[in-house]
Design a binder for this molecule. Structure first.
Ligand code: ASP
Length: 362
């Protein structure tokens, strides 16, 4: 009985200290002159291990814990007071809306603390671009948030994880990164969360912002910026997930030759509130798919025309009469990023004019 009561007391005290924000995020031996950077680990290849040093495919992602990731790069201590937290440990193809909500809430909670100057998130590369955009729209702070990963597992010759992590921590502690939205630091380059995309299945230079270009370089222990993202993000974003425990169902259907509407109908029957159509070319819709999208819209499902091309603006009233069909266009967002914006938009409104405006704003 006594043991039970004292455990309850201890739990209550811990909960009080934690909720009061009195639990220091940084170690007691912290150097006052260095920024305080929290590393939130989520898994991926950066935490992966292979059978041999030459295993660069066929390894297991999400094996190494955050403390070992930090220990493997002692140079981090020269650029920041770092502390790690294992938020989850997954290969990023298993990322879900629930993981994103948990991550966004934790990032917002930490950035509200005066003793946290920036955050690095270690992440599998497959869905980095999605998590980066989700956080770009749901983190409400100017403080730097940098997402990083690796294309080679931690056990490989020339693993890219350590240098990528070092650059990410340097960037997250840099005053130059303040107010620039969520950033992806990889292969000595800095990309904007809204724009970045994975362009190669396996090479270390996979992250790019095709056509519009990356924001800057990480070189010689410093960030060098040359351009800025102009779309609204972070502190200017209207999306607030702090009280949400789920997001509306939005699914993606793909355009291709000999197209059909089977997957679309299944998504709508399963309760999708929004559909992203990754059309061919400028978001064109096949005659086989179009009636399904029209019926979905008549049932109240919001339809967004994106493109499988990956570059360029999907023109409103171009390849479809969006005004007449009451469809939305994705602007330059690829289908997986358009899915994120539509989910967040649907937490606020079902009005397609307002949603279209969001696609031109974020
Ligand atoms: N499948 C891995 C993941 O996204 C690949 C990687 O991290 O590079 O977790």
């Amino acid at each position: 009985m006594f043991a039970l009561r004292s455990r309850t007391l201890a739990t209550t005290m811990f909960a009080f200290i934690f909720s009061a924000g009195l639990l220091a995020a940084q170690p007691s031996h912290a150097d006052d002159k260095l920024p305080n950077v929290m590393i939130l680990a989520t898994g991926g290849t950066i935490a992966g291990t292979g059978a041999t040093s030459t295993t660069t495919v066929g390894y297991t992602a999400a094996k190494v814990g955050v403390d070992r990731l930090i220990e493997a790069v002692p140079e981090l201590k020269k650029v920041a007071n770092v502390k790690g937290e294992q938020v989850f440990q997954i290969a990023s193809e298993n990322m879900t809306n629930d993981h994103w909500l948990k991550l966004a809430k934790r990032v917002n909670q930490l950035l509200a603390q005066p003793d946290v100057d920036g955050i690095v998130i270690t992440h599998g590369t497959d869905t980095i671009e999605e998590t980066a955009y989700f956080l770009d729209l749901t983190v409400h702070s100017d403080k730097p948030v940098v997402i990083v990963g690796a294309m080679r597992p931690s056990t490989a010759i020339s693993a890219d994880g350590p240098i990528n992590l070092y650059n990410a921590v340097t960037l997250a502690g840099s005053k130059d990164a303040i107010g620039k939205g969520v950033l992806v630091s990889f292969n000595d380059q800095i990309n904007a969360g809204r724009e970045v995309t994975k362009t190669n299945t396996s090479t270390a230079d996979t992250f790019k912002t095709p056509e519009l270009g990356f924001l800057g370089y990480m070189q010689d222990n410093a960030a060098h910026f040359y351009r800025l993202p102009l779309r609204k993000h972070t502190t200017q974003s209207e999306f607030d997930v702090s009280s949400l425990d789920s997001l509306p169902q939005v699914d993606i259907v793909y355009g291709y030759a000999n197209n059909n509407r089977i997957a679309l109908d299944a998504f709508v029957a399963a309760g999708a509130k929004g559909i992203i159509h990754a059309g061919v070319g400028d978001g064109s819709i096949s005659d086989a798919m179009k009636p399904g999208l029209i019926e979905a819209r008549q049932k109240g499902v919001v339809v967004v025309r994106s493109s499988r091309v990956g570059q360029g603006i999907v023109a409103r009233n171009g390849e479809a009469n969006d005004d007449q069909l009451d469809f939305v266009v994705s602007d330059t967002l690829n289908a997986q990023k358009a899915r994120i914006l539509l989910m967040l938009a649907l937490t606020k409104t079902n009005d397609t004019k307002a949603i279209q405006q969001m696609f031109y704003t974020y």
